[in-house]
Design a protein around this ligand. Sequence first.
Ligand code: AMP
Length: 395
Amino acid sequence: MAKKTVEDLDLKGKKVLVRVDFNVPIKDDVITNDNRIVAAIPTIDYITAEGGKAILFSHLGRVKTEEDKAGKSLKPVAERLSELLGKPVTFVPETRGKELEEAIANMKDGDVLVVENTRFEDIDGKKESKNDPELGKYWASLGDVFVNDAFGTAHRAHASNVGIASNLPTAVGYLMEKEIKFIGGVVENPQRPFVAILGGAKVSDKIGVIENLIDKADKILIGGGMTYTFQAAQGRKVGMSICEKDKLDLARELLEKAGDKLILPVDTVCAPDFDNDAPTTILTGDIPDDLEGLDIGPETIKLFTEELQGAKTVIWNGPMGVFELPTFAKGTIGVCEAIANLKDATTIIGGGDSAAAAIQLGFADEFTHISTGGGASLEYLEGKVLPGVESISDK
Ligand code: AMP
């Protein structure tokens, strides 16, 4: 069901509470990557252009004790946002109380205000993270409407998303709308053929995704470290490769259930250790005890490229090898190239390390959509209901 969007709300003169994802990396008070702030701007711009007062809430890192607060203030974020918007942004170093209430009362139409890190409320009884009903109600009392644009936390029911949403008229912002359209679209109604490419370190992290996609995808291509658990389950020797011995039965069940749909690598780039300068060997069969598999081989890149031909929907989650080391990045690059060359396909990166890999390897612009949520996109792909999405009104 389509959710109400920010454009469905009457915003003129309204106090618009917005849950954004400003959880950016900060080192010594300097923001090292402001992508998430940049990404929040279209929704903020729309609200202020419509004459709304944008009151922004976000978490930043984890805060359990008073000491954890150091370096977790949203003040530098508010400053960066002000530079990006080209206008003043009020920062309130409180998550509740008189200073915050007065600052909001003094806002004019089109003004922007950033509230301090919502997780500062976690110090005393995890009020934010446990969705304390009083906190959600209090925050909601500060505004007239609520817009959720933070997909990264949509898989959690927190006071700053679900709590506020239960007390006000709601809508999603542009970022959330896009995530629902693409990731939700894949899960609910993919254009076929639909090919999923799954990699990354472990099977155990992606069991739910594989199980859900076995029913939905036309093909599932497996790469990365999870390959070896599947191959060990088939009785192959995997040497020193990463292998979850306690997941062999499960891997066997998945292989049986998926049948021809699940396609494993046919060759592997192996090395004696995790080192960019280590000598490499390409093997098609068993991996000896003194070697480990660190990337898919050239024949697998060819195979996966062929399997992708004609696909109308592609979702990729998890690198094909240890892409951080150039020697073992070729498989991930090969798959990125194959996806980039597809015509008429909706191509989606399901968050986390794959997004980092695509950006690092220079393919970020080649995809239709790169999800901004790691855990949230995985849970969405598992077919789970995301509380942050669920709590927004349907159209
Ligand atoms: P994930 O967070 O599950 O998507 O896993 C990403 C990580 O998996 C990356 O840091 C990769 O280096 C790692 N990875 C991919 N392939 C392998 C492999 N064959 N052996 C060990 N680690 C791998």
